[in-house]
Design a protein around this ligand. Structure first.
Ligand SMILES: [Zn+2]
Ligand SMILES: [Zn+2]
Length: 319
């Protein structure tokens, strides 16, 4: 009797922990562990599994349809991260309606980079404390790999530091999206599999399948998306040129700009974070900005912020 009671109590505790995990609840970690800055194996495992999933290409093969799906999902989700998680939610570089903001918050979660409030709060912390010991991801402070892909796997970065995103807390729907950020991400995996199965049934000539679209569209595309985004936090502060003498080590890098739709103009961005345009000259390719201009032209967004013309006119630090 006593034994079954103990087992029941253990089950309840385990159920609660799982629930806390699934809703990003601060009770998941004990008060003394929440400040721990060591990588938590429990958080590392799902991240590693995304990489292991890519090995599936050896078993499912490839097809033009699967490659096209992977490319579309890469570009689309990079745009959601770049234009919305970064330029909108983190820097308020433009405005849009509450409905559109909600839709973009949900589709942004399909990138598997936590919710928009979590992302924006840590990014704002990065700008506040760039390349100091308070920066959540600085290669000069904690080394390349920690700044690239380990900093978000620690108990310390599990929660959303709400003091940095007080302006968004008036929207309860954003808080809910942040709490269940994994739902759209897992949903995308299901959509990839279902799409591949449908193509296999109705268009067998495409020679694809549910498993193939899952591996290429979800695992491969997401893993590439991960490392391109993370490269801005790591390489974006190590590799490239510095047009402006900012307080940090941010760099401009055309290769990073190409693979991240414009985020590689990171030194420009640190000089004037509010600007929706990161590539300051016509030759500084900034595809996300073109997308923002397009959305502005059709009335989806407005009040698009730009860096002062003095920055480009003098081509030097205007402070
Ligand atoms: Zn930076
Ligand atoms: Zn930023």
């Amino acid at each position: 009797m006593l034994h079954s009671l103990t087992n029941n109590a253990k089950l309840v505790i385990q159920f609660k922990r799982t629930l806390f995990w699934l809703t990003n609840d601060n009770r998941f970690y004990s008060a003394n562990k929440i400040q721990n800055n060591d990588v938590d194996p429990l958080r590392l495992i799902p991240f590693l599994l995304m990489h292991v999933g890519c090995v599936g290409i050896l078993f499912v093969g490839t097809s033009t349809a699967a490659l096209v799906l992977a490319s579309i999902l890469y570009v689309l989700r990079m745009f959601f991260i770049t234009a919305f998680y970064h330029r909108y939610f983190s820097h308020r570089a433009f405005e849009c309606s509450r409905k559109f903001q909600t839709v973009m918050a949900i589709v942004g979660c399909t990138a598997g980079q936590r919710g928009p409030l979590w992302w924006a709060s840590h990014h704002r912390s990065h700008h506040l404390h760039s390349d100091t010991n308070k920066d959540p991801h600085s290669p000069s402070q904690t080394g390349f790999w920690f700044s690239h892909s380990l900093w978000f796997l620690t108990p310390k970065t599990y929660l959303t530091p709400e003091n940095h995103i007080k302006d968004w807390l008036i929207f309860p729907e954003l808080k809910w999206i942040d709490k269940t950020d994994w739902l759209p991400f897992v949903g995308l995996a299901g959509i990839c599999y279902a799409l591949g199965s449908l193509l296999n049934t109705f268009f067998p000539g495409l020679e694809t399948s549910g498993a193939q679209c899952l591996v290429w569209g979800f695992f491969v595309s997401t893993t590439c998306l991960y490392h391109a985004t993370y490269a801005i936090n790591s390489l974006g502060h190590l590799w490239g040129t510095r047009r402006f003498e900012t307080r940090d080590n941010s760099r401009n890098n055309s290769i990073l700009a190409l693979i991240t739709l414009g985020e590689g103009w990171h030194n420009n961005h640190h000089r004037y974070p509010r600007s929706a345009r990161h590539g300051l000259y016509w030759w500084e390719c900034d595809i996300a900005y073109l997308g923002i201009i397009l959305m502005s032209a059709v009335g989806l967004v407005w009040n698009v912020q730009k860096a002062p013309s003095s920055l480009t006119a003098k081509n030097q630090d205007a402070t």
